[in-house]
Design a protein around this ligand. Sequence first.
Ligand code: SF4
Length: 899
Amino acid sequence: MKTVTRSTCCYCGTGCGVLIESVDGRIAGVRGDPDHPANRGQLCSKGMALADTARSTTGRALAPELRVRRGEPRTAVEWPVALDAVAGRFASIVEQHGPDAVAFYVSGQMLTEDYYVFNKLAKGLIGTNNIDSNSRLCMSSAVTAYKMAFGADGPPTCYDDLECARTVLFAGSNAAWAHPVLFRRLEAAKAADPSIRWIVIDPRRTDTAAMADLHLAIEPGTDVALFNGMLHHLIWEGLVDRAFIDQHTEGFQALKAAVRTFTPAIAAELCGIAEADLIQAAEWFGASDAALSLYCMGLNQSSHGTDKNLALINLHLATRQIGKPGAGPFSLTGQPNAMGGREVGGMATMLAAHRDIGNAAEREEVARLWGIEAEALSARPGLSAVDMFDALRAGTIKAVWIVCTNPAHSLPDSTRVREALEKAEFVVVQEAFTQTDTVPYADVLLPAASWGEKSGTVTNSERRISRVHAAVDAPGAAKPDWWIAVQVAQRLERRLGRIPHASRFAFDAPEPIFDEHRRLTEGRDLDIGGLSYALLDARGPQQWPFPAGSAYGQARRYTDGRFATEDGRARFHAPDYQPPADAVNARFPFRLTSGRLRDQWHGMSRTGRSGRLFAHASEPALDMHPGDAARRGLREGDLVRVISRRGELVLPVHASEDVRSGTLFVPMHWNAQFMSSSGINEVSDPAADPRSSQPELKHAAVRVEAVALPWRVVAVRRGDALALQAAVQPLLGACRYAALAIEDDLLIVRAADAAAPAHWLERLYAALGLLPDDDTLEYRDTRRGLDKRARWRDNVIEGFVLAGDTTQADTLLAAVRAREPWRGSRLGAFSAHLAGKIASAPRERIVCSCMQVGATQIQAALARGASVPGLQASLGCGTVCGSCVPELRRMCEAATLAG
Ligand code: SF4
């Protein structure tokens, strides 16, 4: 039976509504919800592929697992055994070492109800504030700056401002890839009114930057100098709003004095851009009828992220670009429910409903609402993400419970994080997927329900709360996150002797959790006293604040110029420019930055399950300016070591004009599930902003060295690609470089090393099911280091391994893809002349993942004079989700320039 369930996408903070189609209890399709105000029926390439990622239970955690002793494998156990083990161990550590000896590391991908229970468990039951979230890596600088400037967290803006803005300033945001559906709305607004100006601040020429009227390709980390320089120009040219400043703000004179030295000439020099461009940006921003800034990790992931946010907010306040349609500083959240986590106070530095840990009166309020003694709430802020894992490594924290996140990959300086997890006395990992980099460290693995399988609420970037509904049952014994937390909390209440007349965790469904959360918000800036599941289901997603008695939520905040500070005035702050923490010098001459790709999300534990999401970028790569590559004698595809003060990784070089000389770029996604290392965070810098504790994931000083890895392997196998990937994953770390890609029902393995690691090929043959039999042909030349194997079924080649000499790889891969009967002798498959006998058609990069249109087809159409609309009409690319339209536009512009 087919059913349609209304829910939301589980990836970025846009929070698109989806309609999940399920047939006989299995998710069969996903489409955009036309009634959801965030996306109005649109989805990006990732959202379109959601059903692909939910089709198989391969790689899913299906049963609780427990290991008795380190070094031994975990074994499957029943839920009560696992829950007793977690509660018992946490309780004994708390009794022995105190509440701060345990910690929780949770996730912006959890639902609000999940977050709420974990926060109450840590702070209200155990009495520790050691609960932090991977949102710390995402938006804590934005939170800190909002609170410092406006007196409260949360953006003052809404998505309707995207269409109202006359000037859009993107700061450290490649929205074309990271928030594609919002970008579609911006594109449409600009297409309807080309006088709308876009300014993009980004060291790279991203797809967003390529569409800008003005691209400021600043040196990484120089944002504060840029914003101070822009403000200097606006002040001294009389382009600020003195009346607004006088009536609604504090601190302007101190700021004016502080930016005096940031003349446009000095600021432009610090940023490495032309002074005229800085002045142009300032004037477009200041003189605009409505200037909207959209910012993301480029500002937040910095050791001075709060200053960067404050310097941008200063521009808005000084020019009154706030509190009116189309204007305001708009932090775009990277995760689906980073906002919900902030609302329930699910971080080490905040209490429920935007209350402060350090405020005794607010602690008392929370304690009263939770029915506990005020002293039960710790006044000591907990440890934030990086510090939490450092404390685990130092032994101060003994046990950690990790929920729905993968710190072994996503935290900076992977070596330290791995050491922390190894040294921890007790590690609980609550996960939906078994293959993340963190799962091997779990003493207890708790199987969690995932997207499409659980119910609750999420809040998107514009403060809009949506209902999430389960479309299907969770597989195996997997359970919702809130349920697991409740079960352990009830056990801990008994074990710690904190047994009231009724459990404070007597939740049997998400709705009572939401209702309790709602009560905590009443009277606060985020008051949702007027919301309920019934209202959300009946009237659709709503923005907060939404107090009791309201008919609607509030779209824009501070429209009356009154801010959430005690005196109602916004605060200017005077940030000084500081360079990134990791100094560039002769040993580490490059600035390495990181970011997202269009078709992958975070650590790929979900997007890596869809073959079509690999088609746009099938392998990790280091983007390097062609001049820098040439000076080092590096060619496209050469493998290099990327070395920082903390670690290194090996990657292929991709020469790209999109990065400036001296800057490098690596996508954030790849990790040990798909490559031979934990990826970019092997080298990244854990230095963190002193106020927000957000680490500087966007900047590391590195050097690049060519590496000779002559022993190469290409292997391809048709079958259950997820099962094959799971089988090969344990082999990846043995090679200096290895990467996996999924393509439909194919797994593609690429590996390189100085020489074959011992027994590696035998293990690869076994993992790929290429053991000798009548249909498997072997060729071995020990003297020349060649080892080749291919397998046929019904005379169709269905897999091969080429080791030592991979020159036939493209040709054989084309033959596997073609599924045509093999012609000629089978031994000929290994012949050096094969390339001439079979048409080699290496799969090209797919630009449009919805319509599967490749770069070659598009280039051919462009050579015939096609425009973007012509490409859409003739090839269909860019007509479904639209995520590829910015790239089509760039290709079109490049063809016009070349022609
Ligand atoms: Fe999901 Fe894409 Fe919408 Fe983000 S923009 S919520 S990834 S469909």
